[in-house]
Design a protein around this ligand. Sequence first.
Ligand SMILES: [Zn+2]
Length: 56
Amino acid sequence: MSSFKCKDMGMKCKFEVKTENQDELMPMIALHAEKSHSMKDIPPDMMEKVKKVIKK
Ligand SMILES: [Zn+2]
C-alpha cells in the first residue's frame, strides 16, 4: 500500500490518495497536480519531493 498526502508537500490542500503500489500512485498524483494545482508537468525537483513524502 502506498499513500500520498498533498499537505505533506507543504500545500494547503486536503487531497490524499492510497493505492496498492507506487506505480498506480504516480498517475493519480500527476492528474491531481494538473487539475488542482495547474501543473501540467511535475518538474524533476518536485518529483523528488513527491517520492520522499510517499508512504509505503
Ligand atoms: Zn493538492
